[in-house]
Design a protein around this ligand. Structure first.
Ligand code: PEP
Ligand code: MN
Length: 462
């Protein structure tokens, strides 16, 4: 057969997807996708999607493959994953200083974990695409008025007006462009010298010296500095530390968006979601027969699934069969979010049942989503001590089962907000009023994020 006669190859020899692969990418449409926007104007939606189908990819297949191999290291205990960022990014907050402070915070946490825990850290942001939120109710009622719930800036506006809460397809395009500019800044910061380990002190700049963990970080930074100077004096080559790998992750919730931003990798003919490096399926949409699981089973990115306290052995094994049938190391992460009150009971049991069979899977702890409470004065919040207790239960469960604690997934911001109770600065219920800015879930502030990193570094070396 001549080269050009094979329909999988084009004139320059790049590999095309098979017709079965292409048809499979639309299979989710018949599976009643949950948590999707309801757009009024089909033509307006189609115009937005047509544009998304033609825009350049945000990430490349080769980068997703690299991340898969890094996650495989974490699954095998040779690295530790750190994912941090907003519960929901907003269009308004996609400005340079805020993005930089979030990157600084993740870099600082990674420095603490690498130095204190003696382990390479795979760094990911809930950034450059984390715009869609699943909601428990389709509507919200305030003072007798009922409107559609806020579903994240990619769907509608937080403003409680009929126009604000309208599901607007043009927001899909806005989300793409804001993801692109955010990712551009992330790439500039992490490749352009800012993330050089020799600037470990600079990452503390711009944060509050009055916060207890600021000084603890300075101490570690001094130690890292000394170690680097020693290495330099020994003639070490520092090329490896002047830039870092930083990957973009988000929940793959809006299937029209993800599907329009899927491209065929010309090296292999395999589809990749090009909206971000790592995509996860949320606790509410992880039904093994559902649309989200079907769609993500067909793209070759590394992916994750959130697992809440009701997860059964059977569900886990069926998810693995569907999402990772070849048992590829690093392809699948299970992100457990059991809650501090349940993790010590639920996770050891689950790991004892399935852990030994799944060495290719990275187990990651999300200590946020099982610990959401409402404060006495009405704020959606979390207790820092519960968050830490869940992480500690996570490490103990893996130690008991002989499996590997592969990473941490947290909601944080580099700003000095007051959304989570406790921590070194002991934010109390009244303190929440001071600077509560999140539109969805409460985030660790800069100080609490550093404190979390110090605690996890200790758990890593226990
Ligand atoms: C989230 O990560 O913001 C989220 C909604 O998580 P979960 O699906 O675990 O509830
Ligand atoms: Mn959240």
């Amino acid at each position: 057969m001549s080269f050009h006669a094979d329909p999988r190859f084009d004139a320059v020899g790049s590999v095309r997807a098979t017709p079965e692969t292409l048809a499979g990418l639309d299979e989710w449409r018949g599976l009643d996708p949950q948590q999707q926007p309801t757009y009024q104007d089909a033509a307006e939606l189609e115009t937005a999607l047509a544009e998304l189908r033609s825009v350049p990819p945000l990430i490349f297949a080769g980068e997703a493959d690299l991340l898969r191999s890094r996650i495989a290291d974490a699954a095998a205990g040779r690295a530790f994953i750190l994912t941090g960022g907003d519960c929901a990014e907003t269009f308004a907050d996609a400005e340079a200083d805020k993005i930089r402070r979030r990157i600084q915070t993740v870099l600082q946490m990674a420095a603490v974990l690498t130095y204190g825990g003696s382990v390479p850290v795979v760094k990911m942001g809930r950034m450059a695409g984390q715009f869609a939120k699943p909601r428990s109710s389709d509507t919200e009622t305030r003072e007798g008025t009922t409107l559609p719930s806020y579903r994240g800036d990619i769907v509608n506006d937080h403003a409680f007006t009929p126009e604000g809460r309208r599901h607007d397809p043009n927001r899909l395009l806005q989300a793409y462009h804001i993801s692109a500019s955010t990712l551009n800044l992330i790439r500039a910061f992490t490749q352009g010298g800012f993330a050089d380990l020799r600037r470990v002190h600079d990452w503390n700049q711009g944060f509050l010296g009055s916060n207890p963990n600021y000084h603890r970080y300075e101490q570690i930074a001094r130690e890292i500095d000394r170690a680097l100077k020693f290495m330099a004096a020994c003639g070490a080559d520092f090329d490896a530390i002047n830039s870092v790998e930083f990957f973009a992750a988000h929940e793959a919730l809006l299937l029209e968006y993800e599907s329009a931003l899927t491209r065929i990798d010309s090296r292999t003919g395999n589809p990749y979601a090009v909206s971000g490096h790592f995509l996860w399926i949320g606790e509410r949409t992880r039904d093994v027969g559902g649309a989200h699981v079907d769609f993500l089973s067909r793209v070759h990115n590394p992916i994750g699934v959130k697992l809440g306290p009701t997860t059964t052995k059977d569900e886990v094994l069926r998810l693995v069969d569907k999402l990772d049938p070849e048992r590829t190391p690093g392809r699948l992460s299970f992100i457990t979010r059991m809650g501090a009150g349940q993790i010590r009971e639920k996770l050891p049991t689950l790991l004892a049942e399935v852990g030994a069979e799944l060495p290719q899977v990275a187990w990651v702890c999300d200590p946020m989503h099982g610990n959401t409470i409402t404060s006495g004065n009405g704020f959606k919040t979390r207790r820092f001590e519960d968050v830490v207790e869940e992480v500690s239960g996570f490490f103990d469960a893996h130690a008991e089962a002989g499996t590997i604690p592969g990473g941490l997934h947290v909601e944080l911001t580099g700003d000095d907000v007051t959304e989570v109770l406790g921590g070194g600065a002991e934010i109390d219920e009244e303190g929440l009023r001071r600077r509560y800015e999140t539109l969805v879930d409460p985030r660790l502030n800069h100080d609490q994020s550093l404190e979390m990193a110090f605690q996890v570094a200790e758990l890593l070396t226990k």
